[in-house]
Design a protein around this ligand. Sequence first.
Ligand SMILES: [Zn+2]
Length: 264
Amino acid sequence: MPDERSSCFLVDTHAHIDGPEFDADRREAIARAAASGVRYIVNFGDDMASSARSVALSEAEDAVFCGVGIHPNNAVSLTEEEEERLAQWSKHPKVIAIGEIGLDYYWEKDQEQRALQRHCFIRQLDLARQLHLPVCIHDREAHGDLLAILKKEGRENTGVIHCFSGSFEMARELLRLGWYLGVDGPVTYKNAAKLPDIVRRLPADRILLETDSPYLSPRPYRGKRNEPAFVRNTAEFVASIRSVSFATLAKQTTTNARLLYGLF
Ligand SMILES: [Zn+2]
């Protein structure tokens, strides 16, 4: 009888393993992910340099796909040259998204810088639409402006709100607009407040599992460096709160990743 676990696998749909945190053991971390059933990793750039590293990593490692983009904490007024570079990368067979892009009002309090974040975000939404690529969105304490932009400039974009941290009402609004929601380690935390209940109520076909490595390790690794293998811990927790088997959750979330990114 085939092992149910071997017929399903996980995808870590959001990681940053191109950075210095993984310089000592990047290949080992990718091997540990494979050993714990994580067949693919989507690595996201957060500026031009890390986007270049992400593309190089995806070329070197079969298991790694990537997104390229400018994170809100590195927001710039994109030059034509930078937009051209992003467009060139997007033709690469292993570049499957524009990201990580979005808004971060937690770290950025300055109104002019926040305006620059919105500008940089909207330009990249536009670029993704022209390139027919999904986007991966970071939203921290910017829920109102994010929704307003997605309803206006992002109407025809597809993608995921990574590490979703809003209310159930916001989730419902995003689902209605067709977005996927990313679920990470914080859902497993003892002080996760309403998040487990929100994740329990999400439609199965809209959930993506992610680690955001090296950040946000799930229990029991909280406080340590996160790595793609640990998406399994989040998957097991989410399966338990939704009262479904691990295999059911793995198959569904992998299908979701396949449908959004058109790959695997
Ligand atoms: Zn991230």
